[in-house]
Each structure stands twice: as C-alpha cells, then as structure tokens.
Design a protein around this ligand. Structure first.
Ligand SMILES: Nc1ncnc2c1ncn2[C@@H]1O[C@H](COP(=O)(O)OP(=O)(O)OP(=O)(O)O)[C@@H](O)[C@H]1O
Length: 219
C-alpha cells in the first residue's frame, strides 16, 4: 500500500535541538499517536509533515496523495494547533471561511458543514457563537474546520490537552472513527495509554529520535 506520507533522511536543527528521522512511512486510513517527553520534538515533526517548516536535510513526500501542485497538497494535509483560534462569528462562519476561499458553492458549503459537524458530534451547532463555546466544543469545531476540506492527512497537536477527563472518551472515540472517513490521523499526546484506548499505532520520539515502532515508549 502506498504511504500517505514518507519521510527520509530527515534532519532538522534549531539551536541545540536536533530532530533526526532516517525513515518513516505512514499508511492510509490509520491513526498514529505521537508521544514523547516535553521538548522531544513532537510539534516540530507535525509541523514538518504539515509543510509549515522545512528540514535542513531530507525529504517529506506524499506519494499517497495525488498532487497537482503545492496548493493542492496543502489542502490535503491539514494541521490543527493545540490551542486553535476560532474567529468571532458563528461556528458556520468559521467552517465556511476556507470553503469560500476555495470557491465551494454556497449550497455545497452548507451540506459539508452540516455533515462535518455531525461527524464531530456537534449537530445543530451551525449558528452558535464561536467565542461562547467550551474548550472541548472549540476543539471539536477546530477539528471540523480541518475535516471540512476532506483532508487525506490530519495532523493534530495535543488535541485532548484542554479536554476534561469526562469529555475525553467521546473525543478519543471520534479520533478512532476518523479513518472511516478516509483520513489518516497523527496526533501528539503525553498520554501513551491513549494510543491503546484509540487503537492507534504508537510513534515515540525521544530527544529528537524516533524510536523503533514496537518499542515500549517510556519517558
Ligand atoms: N519557535 C521556537 N523557537 C526556538 N525553539 C523552539 C521553538 N519551538 C520549539 N523549540 C524547541 O525545539 C525543541 C522541540 O520542541 P517541540 O515543541 O517540537 O517539542 P514537543 O515534543 O512538542 O514538546 P511539548 O510536549 O512540550 O509540547 C525544544 O527544545 C523546544 O524548546
């Protein structure tokens, strides 16, 4: 099976920090949990895969995504930050913004927004004010805002960090279901047992080095 993303001979340095990955291939429609201690390089790796920062050496390829050009590729690979920013206006406004920019017709916008909100468990939230949502709801809207583009690869930086323990199982269930919609998910977490609960494959980084994929991730 062709990987969604493939990293080869990657080296990224920033001051004394060094992220080095000889080879990593992520297969389609799977969930990966990226774990490791503070400062291990999780966010850096996600941002490299999101093409937001460039490594000094090595290649990041997307053989599983049929690309016309760099813009097309950026649309198929979406990244959600740990504390996502929703702008003022409704939930629907937040989801429609990128669709409008991409020239999606109004009726199709409405259809996709409603479908995506139901995927993240926020049916009927279209007209809710974005700034009046709880942390957990904000996180779901941010996820919906990324999913509405139907990405092939979804990169989430600590998506459950601001979600309380009671709401966490529902959010984890949501992450586990995403491959059903054709998405490959990579999310970072400090909770290595979360990978087990979600049925995600564990990717462990220690001091900027990716550990062998079946290694117990202790840090
Ligand atoms: N904007 C930046 N400028 C300079 N150094 C940075 C920057 N962002 C991160 N770093 C450094 O790069 C290294 C890797 O950071 P990164 O954020 O990738 O780690 P992480 O595993 O995501 O950490 P955490 O679990 O604390 O979020 C750290 O040493 C960090 O201090």
């Amino acid at each position: 099976m062709e990987p969604v993303v493939s990293l080869k001979h990657l080296l990224f340095t920033r001051g004394s920090f060094r992220l080095s990955i000889e080879s990593l291939e992520l297969v389609p429609k799977k969930v990966y949990a990226l774990t490791g201690a503070n400062g291990a390089g999780k966010s850096t790796l996600l941002r490299i895969m999101a093409l937001l920062i460039n490594p000094q050496r090595g290649v990041v390829q997307f053989p599983g995504i049929t690309t016309g050009d760099a813009d097309h590729l950026r649309r198929q690979v979406t990244y959600v930050e740990q504390s996502p920013y929703l702008f003022q206006g409704t939930v629907s406004d937040n989801l429609a913004f990128g669709l409008k920019l991409r020239g999606v017709a109004r009726q199709e916008q409405i259809r996709r927004i409603s479908l995506t909100l139901s995927i993240v468990g926020l049916e009927g939230f279209e007209q809710r004010k974005a700034k009046e949502l709880s942390c957990g709801e904000t996180q779901r809207v941010a996820l919906a805002r990324a999913l509405v583009f139907k990405p092939d690869l979804l990169l989430l930086d600590e998506p459950t960090a601001n979600i309380d323990v009671n709401s966490r199982p529902a959010f984890e269930g949501l992450l586990a279901r995403l491959p059903k919609y054709g998405v490959t998910v990579v999310f970072s977490t400090h909770d290595r047992f979360q990978a087990q609960r979600i049925g995600a494959e564990l990717l462990c980084i220690r001091d900027g080095m990716l550990q062998a994929q079946d290694t117990l991730c202790l840090f």
